[in-house]
Design a protein around this ligand. Structure first.
Ligand code: FE2
Length: 250
């Protein structure tokens, strides 16, 4: 398991990250992943293995989570690490190694997930093991993401402009299959701040097809608590009624 340092080390890294008002390529996707991981772990922990539909739903969410994690680490390798290594050779060694470990863990968790679904008589034991192993995976990833948000950001901010970092993020988003964008949006939009959410939606409204904007607005309308929905519509200058009317009015 990855250990990023002592408490003093954490404080120093946090201070570094907080002092710099720079574009943070990790913040929103990591909030999405933290939420997805936490929700999935808790869902597995409360799953009734005698309820077929409930079990299927939980295992399906685990598989979706593992696919999202796999895709995320590949995008970090191909886009973020490539940019870092081009300007600061050796700066991604530790995290690249952890990504290899995570891939092996993802494969093991997939096999464990299949096992829960495959042997009805042993489901209770198998899902308990899945819960334990998934909790270790989540714990490792929380530490891993903290290291990226502090140490990797320090490298990125010293070696790249905000425009360059934004370009990297845009290229990552453009490379994602539509299905993946939908899954990420479902976990990202309810779990970022109102200001981050409004900025994302405004960017989509200004730069993407109308269907993309109305689709994400629908996600927000379905998932956000009413106060957050009101903040979003206010920030976007839209009425807070049905999405279709909102778009027509916009
Ligand atoms: Fe990573």
């Amino acid at each position: 398991m990855a250990v990023t340092g002592n408490t003093h080390g954490f404080a120093q890294q946090d201070q570094q990250a907080q002092q710099a008002p720079r574009f943070d390529i990790y913040v929103r996707i990591h909030k999405a992943l933290r939420a997805f991981m936490a929700d999935t772990l808790l869902r597995v922990g409360r799953t009734d293995t005698d309820d077929e539909a409930e079990l299927r739903g939980s295992l399906s969410q685990v598989r979706d989570l593992l696919s999202a994690c796999e895709q995320h680490l590949h995008k970090e390798n191909d886009y973020v690490h490539a940019a870092m290594e081009a300007r600061v050779p050796g700066s991604t060694t530790r995290i690249a190694h952890e990504h290899e470990t995570h891939m092996a863990e993802i494969r093991a968790l997939r096999a464990l997930t299949d096992r829960v679904g495959a042997v009805p008589a042993a489901r209770a034991d198998a899902i308990r093991e899945l819960y334990r192993q998934l909790s270790l995976f989540v714990a490792e990833n929380y530490e891993h993401m903290h290291f990226e948000e502090t140490r990797h950001n320090a490298v990125l901010w010293a070696s790249h402009t905000d425009m360059e970092l934004l370009d990297i993020e845009n290229r990552i988003v453009a490379s994602l299959p539509q299905e993946t964008v939908g899954v990420i949006a479902r976990w990202m939009l309810p779990n970022v701040t109102p200001a981050e959410r409004a900025l994302m939606l405004a960017g989509i409204r200004d730069n993407a097809p109308a269907e993309a904007f109305t689709g994400l607005l629908d996600v927000c309308r379905t998932l956000l608590p009413m106060p957050d929905w009101m903040k979003l519509t206010r920030a976007l200058g839209l009425p807070s009624g049905p999405t279709q009317a909102v778009w027509a009015a916009g």
